[in-house]
Design a protein around this ligand. Structure first.
Ligand SMILES: [Zn+2]
Length: 72
């Protein structure tokens, strides 16, 4: 049985090395790309981690949401 997850990618450089680097005083997550240091604050979402196969990672890249086109 497989489990469906969403993967977060950096929109600046497409890196998968995205993590929560710190938290704000009011409890928001500051998400940071380890590849290019792009940062953004998330108020109502958080991240989890798991190990997925290279094939599934490529599937996630192929279905990456873009402006005007939702993920498949
Ligand atoms: Zn990046």
């Amino acid at each position: 049985m497989s489990n469906f997850v969403s993967v977060i990618f950096c929109r600046n450089c497409s890196s998968r090395f995205v993590e929560i680097s710190e938290w704000t005083q009011d409890g928001k997550a500051i998400v940071q790309c380890r590849s290019c240091n792009n940062k953004e604050t998330l108020a109502n979402f958080t991240l989890g981690r798991g190990k997925i196969s290279s094939t599934e990672l490529q599937n996630a890249r192929d279905t990456m949401a873009k402006r005007g086109r939702y993920e498949k």
